[in-house]
Design a protein around this ligand. Structure first.
Ligand code: FES
Ligand SMILES: [Fe+2]
Length: 447
């Protein structure tokens, strides 16, 4: 590791200070690509984006292009989108259907499982020296399809996906399950992609549960752009959040969520009064979910971030987001919008319009967030600004340790980002798996 990279010194989660270096330094960015994005589980895409044999979706892991692809036997694969000959992208389309990936440069040809199948003039020019198996496309170290969401890591030694997820699983479930509580069954109805000049961690941190920044959305709240067209934050989000007890939960692998627990015996709140079909759908889902899940149905999701760069909204708008790092000060955001696959067309259409109003480069709410992230990045680059760390002292000490090395906070809190950056430092030091359930640090924290 370079002498200029000092994760231990920069992250002081005991006192609540974090150096601005980690948000602006090109050297830190390089280390993140080398040590963090090559090891962590990353979200690649949703199986609903590749439903048929030969379907592919060009995705990213860190700064690298990858292909999510379904082969003829319906198996999913994730491999590096870079030819083994001279590195040309073997796929230049965002998505589509194919039977082969033929490299545009010299026409090496790969199968849907990434295997090298064809090499022009193979016998004459390579004289039996070229090992096709050894020159297949580079595949990920591990892959896991969780309720349709495909995650992958380059590290074959990474813990299995569910161990890494830990207790965050019940919060991710609320994103991926149908609104009526049936497991899975969601589909992606579109992906927003856009680039903004901010460090990627500003976006990730926002979803760890930065409820403190709600004032940023005051103008949106005043005009009532939510599904109900009511003014106020509840109108923007259209949910029962106002009545609920809120929880900010952190997990050993660095994940953090902001979810909420509804009061006992609460009833559905009409939210889509301008559209009777949509209103009826969500009313039905509310009571069906309660019937299926009982007391567990009182937990509802708001936002979360799976370490390092996979954020989600669990409710309205419902989506998974990737914050792809371009540089220390530039990020490409991808939002994968989710709906119940078997929802009526009217419901899907209503949600699609609402999602576009809320999120992405033209979304009224996300514009507010991005403005904060990009000015905060720009104003932290200067030599003087970099001498002064960011303050993370909010609700310091006001949280409970969970048995498995995580934390629960019951008031607006920066405990989740403190936990996140503690884990971030472990990746840069090279020992990220120690903090997981059963790892030495998790055991020490639980004692
Ligand atoms: S770079 Fe792909 S065949 Fe040469
Ligand atoms: Fe926000």
């Amino acid at each position: 590791m370079s002498d200029s990279v000092k994760p231990g010194e920069w992250i002081d989660t005991e006192r609540g200070f974090i150096s601005r270096e980690i948000f602006v330094s090109p050297e830190v960015h390089r280390q993140e690509l080398n040590k963090l994005f090559t090891r962590a589980w990353l979200f690649v895409g949703h199986e609903s984006q590749v439903p048929k044999p030969g379907d592919f979706f060009q995705s990213r892991m860190g700064d690298e292009s990858v292909i999510l692809c379904r082969d003829k036997a319906m198996q999913l694969h994730v491999f590096l989108n870079s030819c083994r000959h001279r590195g040309m992208k073997v796929c230049r389309y965002d998505s589509g259907n194919t039977s082969l990936f033929t490299c545009p440069y010299h026409s090496w040809t790969y199968g849907l499982d990434g295997k090298l199948l064809g090499v022009p003039q193979f016998r004459e020019l390579y004289q039996g020296t070229l090992d096709k198996d050894a020159n297949s496309l580079v595949t990920v170290g591990r892959m896991h399809n969780y309720k349709g969401a495909v995650f992958a890591t380059w590290d074959p030694g990474a813990p299995d996906f569910l161990t890494w997820l830990g207790g965050a699983v019940e919060h991710l479930d609320m994103v991926l399950d149908c609104r009526d509580g049936r497991p899975g069954g969601s589909e992606v109805i579109g992906v927003h992609k856009w680039i903004f000049p901010a460090n990627w961690k500003f976006a990730a941190e926002n979803f760890l549960g930065d409820t403190y920044h709600n004032i940023s959305h005051r103008s949106v709240d005043l005009i009532g752009i939510g599904p109900s067209a009511r003014a106020g934050a509840t109108g923007r989000r259209d949910n029962e959040m106002d009545q609920a007890k809120h929880i900010w939960a952190g997990f050993p692998a660095g994940h953090g969520v902001h979810s909420a627990i509804l009061p006992e015996g609460n009833e559905y709140i009409p939210s889509f009064l301008s559209d009777p079909i949509v209103e009826e759908y969500f009313r039905h889902c509310f009571y069906e979910r309660r019937r299926r899940m009982g007391e567990k149905a009182r937990m509802i999701p708001f936002t979360g971030n799976l370490f390092p760069n996979v954020s989600f909204h669990g409710r309205q708008p419902r989506n998974l987001c990737n914050w792809h790092p371009h540089s220390a000060t530039e990020t490409e955001g991808w939002r994968f919008f989710l709906v119940d696959a078997d929802a009526p067309a009217e419901v899907k259409d209503f949600l699609r319009r609402y999602y576009m109003r809320y999120s992405g480069p033209a979304g009224m709410t996300e514009q507010d967030d991005m403005e904060n992230w990009l000015y905060a990045t720009a104003a932290s680059k200067g030599s003087v600004a970099r001498r002064y760390p960011f303050n993370y002292q909010q609700s310091l000490g006001k949280w409970e340790a969970t048995g498995e090395g995580g934390s629960n906070a019951w008031q607006v809190s920066e405990q989740n980002p403190r936990n996140y950056y503690r884990v971030w430092a472990e990746y840069l030091k090279g020992s990220p798996w120690d903090v997981l359930v059963g790892g030495p640090q998790a055991k020490a924290a639980a004692e």
